[in-house]
Design a protein around this ligand. Structure first.
Ligand code: RIB
Length: 295
């Protein structure tokens, strides 16, 4: 193990509803399930990194409500060091997601306490080899953390949800990760010129995950790498991106080369989407390696 994973990001209480389809304007849809779960991209990625064997710490913020207590308990249960998760007055962040019958989803987040995350209060641990950021917290906090992380650590930005990222942050990021929708929002295209436009964003490596179409890795001065997806039956894609990013960070913290870490992360995400939600937190490194051997 070269170092640990340090995640700075959002914690949400997720309300996840299963429905035949997403409602249109003015439509009421009859759903068939509702679940309250631990979430937030930061939280999910921290839990995934820990589950895949990385010593993981997280900085974030929850409110002084029941949701906040529940979120902290889940971090403890997953073995994530939450010394830098602050509890502040007010409401915890939350999200509502509707998962349709094909397993695809649409979601809304309400940031609550996450909007008050202050980068000046965060200390990147000495032991962190990989620093993981997302777009669900104030960008000033991401910039402050990336500055502190410096050049000796790998800084990964999962630019989700997509918004224009400031030049300083792009300059400090070693690896940018987006999904298809975010790639389109950042480059203005989903056509053949997308890889070139992703490369032009600045970071030395950019990954676009493309769901069933696999992924593309675009690197400065190197050929693009395309990986096909492992075909699996889909229960739900909710949180799959976080399983991918957390697994990738854990493998990189272990000292694995980017290409091999990517194959691992892709397999972890494939198992995630095909597994019933209640069994997802049992997916561990050994299972992913076995899946890779069989694929
Ligand atoms: O990526 C899925 C996550 O995004 C959910 O857990 C939700 O809270 C939103 O942050």
């Amino acid at each position: 193990m070269i170092g640990g994973v340090f995640v700075v990001g959002a914690l949400h209480l997720d309300v996840v509803v299963g429905a035949p389809h997403l409602p249109a304007i003015d439509e009421t849809v009859i759903g068939q399930s509702v679940d309250c779960r631990f979430g937030g991209k930061g939280g999910n990625q921290a839990v995934a990194a820990a589950r895949f064997g990385a010593s993981t710490a997280m900085a974030g913020r929850v409110g002084s409500d029941q949701f906040g207590r529940q979120l902290l308990k889940e971090l403890d249960g997953a073995g994530v060091d939450r010394t830098q998760v602050v509890v502040s007055d007010g409401k915890s962040g939350m999200s509502v997601a509707i998962v349709d019958s094909s397993g695809e989803y649409g979601a809304v987040i309400v940031s609550g306490a996450n909007s008050a995350i202050d980068g000046q209060m965060i200390n990147v641990p000495e032991s962190a080899g990989v620093v993981l950021l997302q777009n669900e917290i104030p960008e000033a906090a991401n910039v402050a953390v990336a500055r502190q992380a410096g050049k000796q650590r790998t800084v990964i930005l999962n630019a989700a949800p997509a918004h224009q990222v400031c030049p300083e942050l792009l300059d400090r990021v070693d690896l940018l990760i987006v999904n298809r929708c975010e790639a389109e929002q950042l480059t203005g295209t989903r056509g053949a010129e997308m890889p070139e436009k992703l490369a032009a964003l600045g970071p030395p490596a950019v990954i676009a995950t493309l769901g069933a179409d696999g992924l593309i890795l675009v690197r400065r001065d190197e050929n693009d790498l395309r990986l096909t997806a492992n075909p699996v039956p889909v229960v739900s894609t909710h949180g799959a991106g976080d399983a991918f990013v957390g697994a990738l960070a854990a493998e990189m913290a272990r000292g694995k080369a980017l290409e091999s870490a990517l194959e691992f992360a892709q397999s972890a995400a494939a198992i995630h989407v095909s597994r019933k939600v209640e069994n997802r937190n049992r997916i561990g490194r050994r299972e992913v390696l076995a899946f890779m051997n069989d694929s």
